[in-house]
Design a protein around this ligand. Structure first.
Ligand code: PEP
Ligand code: MN
Length: 696
């Protein structure tokens, strides 16, 4: 420029000329870029055709040698053209990643549409409004799917889950962890009890921006609205503003800001949200670190099938036994079977302070022989184990080539170039046949050692004889307090009390419900004894499980399979009472409904069955005890109160139960049986109970 100072007259003409030249060059560049897109699309067509062949001919998805050759020759070509080999490698890694993902998705589509259930439109729920990071993650995930998608923004994570559960949408997407702020507790807790399956995973780089009304300036911003997760991720940048407010719906918040013309207000959201909401970006990338990624999980009602050529991941939730080293035992099972763990996260158990649940992610499909063996083994060391799902892994292992020599060989191969690591699968399947075959979870074939259930220091199973006592129903604060104190003073272990009563007549006392539960739980805490209470309805299961130490399934509900399954998703030990017209086999199978949902802490209760005999309320089937102990590793106790129906018969039956090897008894007693609102005639008097306790 300085050289041309003397040629002022020519300057404007020269500029016009060079502008023309630049314009022309730009047009040519544009044309090349357009061609690049056309070529990429042609490449994808070929990739699709290859995927079809691989599908029909059952050949592996990836060929490591081919990828190495491809990269090496592109690197070579790049050098010949004077291009940066690193850049070209980077570009081709992206292209190969895309192609692998595309082919994986193609196979996934094939195996999952094999039943002919083609869906015309998929509905997907996410938390937040359009342009939220969850929305972007969903778009990213479903962009590889061929079916059109309709998105449904909802106000909370819980609602996302419910929309999927109710069938109002096909999928939900939930953030599970962020590289800056860590695990998202609410989502972990929701997963603990869901019936849904994990069917996919997405990782998204999160670049939060500060957005405000057009015309607003950063200096004037004093109030910032943001989703709480983003507040955590951007805590450094946000600390200087006067007020930070939670917002779960950015669109609604922005509408409010716009209505008030509040130029002192800003929101934290994506750059995309700035376009959809017509806002200006005041600051870009305000997270505490640039490497700010969120991992999202995709949930659906049905598990997804994963083609065996597609690298697969499995997530489980586990609670290990209450003994030192139990977690190590479980982890050893994974290690010795060469299963690669990719994630271990712990969360407290709701209602059990200082107890932890563990979330584990690992490579492989839960249905593979190898993992079935590993999971069975792990379950033997667990109080709870539930598979959340097996789904295609979003991580593509890259094939690396050396940029130094010509025709470069490989350094590190793509670890998932080979279909799926089989490891010790054959061995595992052999062992599996030996150890269990198709044996059920309750059986000795599945687990030879006795299960011991621990509740607040009480051990049920093994050699101990546990005594559960209390009134049939919780009737008042004074009544349950008196019972709890008496139980404690006489050496009883667990307090019982019905709050939701399954009465034969709808006109009989139905129990005090949650009010009764509160009284029972308080009394238990006051005297330091765990409590057991019956849960009658599916919708009450999780609420009762929040505070009751043990959940009781009553005789009338022994085959209420939906109730059993819901209880199987809780973390509380379960007392399963024998149905009055059920065989031992029926009861064992009923327990499988609980165990198969994850909860491994079930014990049986023999409480008498209906026979032609009328001398007792029911006939106590004492032979059930040794039979159950032979067939199952789970503890079994006896309830002589509901069997006998009259208090005089209860104590002899307690001794009989002990003699036949029961792990304990449950006996009803009441401060004033004559005034009891239910089962008065069978309730022991306080003195009788004390005598019984003394002689045990
Ligand atoms: C009870 O134990 O409170 C009860 C109702 O017993 P069952 O279900 O055995 O009749
Ligand atoms: Mn009763």
């Amino acid at each position: 420029m300085a050289k041309d100072q003397g040629a002022d007259d020519d300057a404007p003409q020269k500029d016009v000329k060079s502008e023309d030249q630049i314009g022309a060059l730009r047009n040519e560049i544009d044309e090349i870029d357009r061609q690049l897109i056309v070529l990429l699309s042609e490449r994808r067509e070929k990739s699709r055709a290859a995927a079809e062949l691989k599908y029909s001919e059952h050949t592996p998805l990836r060929d490591q040698l081919r990828e190495e050759r491809l990269l090496s020759s592109r690197v070579q070509q790049a050098k010949e053209h004077g291009l940066d080999a690193h850049l070209v490698t980077k570009i081709f890694h992206e292209i190969i990643d895309d192609s692998v993902r595309y082919q994986q998705q193609f196979l996934q589509h094939k195996v999952n549409a094999a039943d002919g259930s083609e869906i015309a439109l998929r509905k997907v729920a996410f938390q937040g409004s359009n342009g939220s990071f969850s929305h972007l993650a969903a778009e990213h995930f479903f962009s590889r799917h061929e079916t059109p998608v309709m998105y449904n923004g909802s106000t909370s994570y819980k609602l996302v889950l419910e929309l999927v559960e109710r069938g109002e949408v096909d999928y939900g997407i939930l953030p599970i962890e962020n590289t800056t702020s860590g695990g998202i507790n609410e989502v972990y807790d929701l997963l603990q009890r869901t019936r849904l399956s994990l069917v996919g995973e997405e990782k998204l780089q999160i670049t939060p921006c500060l957005l405000a009304l057009p015309g607003a300036t950063l200096a004037k911003i004093s109030r910032v609205y943001s989703h709480p997760e983003l507040i955590l991720q951007c805590s450094e940048s946000l600390k200087d503003f006067d007020a930070i407010e939670n917002s779960f719906n950015t669109a609604a918040t922005v509408e409010e800001i716009r209505k008030n013309g509040a130029t002192n207000c800003a929101v934290v959201a994506s750059e995309e949200a700035a376009h959809t909401l017509n806002l200006q970006v005041l600051q870009r990338g305000i997270a505490n670190q640039q490497e700010n990624y969120t991992r999202y999980l995709v949930i659906a009602r049905q598990p997804v099938k994963v083609d065996e050529r597609v690298p697969c991941k499995t997530s489980v939730v586990i609670a290990t036994a209450h003994k030192p080293g139990a977690l190590v035992e479980v982890l050893k099972v994974f290690q010795s079977n060469k299963v690669n763990l990719t994630k271990l996260e712990s969360r407290p158990v709701v209602g059990n302070p200082w107890e932890e649940m563990f979330y584990l992610d690992f490579e492989g499909h839960a249905e593979s022989d190898q993992l079935q063996f590993v999971l069975e083994e792990a379950r033997r060391h667990s109080r709870f184990l539930r598979v959340l799902g097996s789904y295609p892994s979003p991580d593509i292992a890259r094939t690396e080539v050396s940029l130094a020599q010509k025709g470069a060989g490989s350094q590190k191969g793509a670890s998932n170039a080979i279909p799926r690591a089989k490891g010790t699968a054959a061995e595992a399947s052999e062992q599996k046949k030996e150890s269990s075959g198709s044996t059920k979870l309750f059986s000795r074939g599945y687990k030879s050692q006795d299960t011991i259930i621990q509740v607040k220091g009480v051990e049920l199973g093994g050699d101990s004889f546990v005594i559960i006592g209390g009134p049939c129903s919780v009737e008042s604060s004074a009544q349950i307090d008196a019972c709890a104190r008496h139980l404690k003073e006489t050496g009883g272990h667990i307090l019982r009390g019905g709050c939701f009563k399954p009465r034969t007549s709808p006109y009989s006392f139905q129990g005090l419900g949650y009010e009764g539960l509160e009284l029972l739980v308080e009394a238990g805490k006051r005297y330091g004894v765990p409590v057991v209470t019956e849960v009658l309805a599916v919708e009450d299961v999780h609420r009762v499980a929040e505070t009751a130490d043990i959940l009781q399934v009553g005789a009338r509900n022994m085959q209420n399979f939906t109730l059993l399954q819901e209880i199987g998703r809780t973390q509380r030990p379960v007392m399963l009472k024998r149905g009055m017209s059920s065989s031992i086999e029926d009861m064992l199978n009923a327990s499988e409904y609980i165990l198969s949902q994850g909860n491994q802490q079930v014990f049986f209760c023999e409480r008498g069955i209906r026979t032609f005999e009328t001398a007792t309320r029911n006939t106590l089937d004492l032979s059930a005890i040794p039979v159950i102990r032979q067939r199952s590793h789970l503890p079994v106790i006896v309830d002589p109160s509901h069997a006998a129906g009259t208090r005089e018969l209860v104590i002899p039956l307690v001794f009989a139960a002990k003699a036949v090897g029961a792990h304990g008894v449950m006996v009803e007693f009441h401060p004033k049986p004559e005034e009891a609102l239910s089962d008065g005639p069978q309730a022991l008097l306080f003195d009788q109970w004390a005598e019984m306790m003394a002689s045990l």
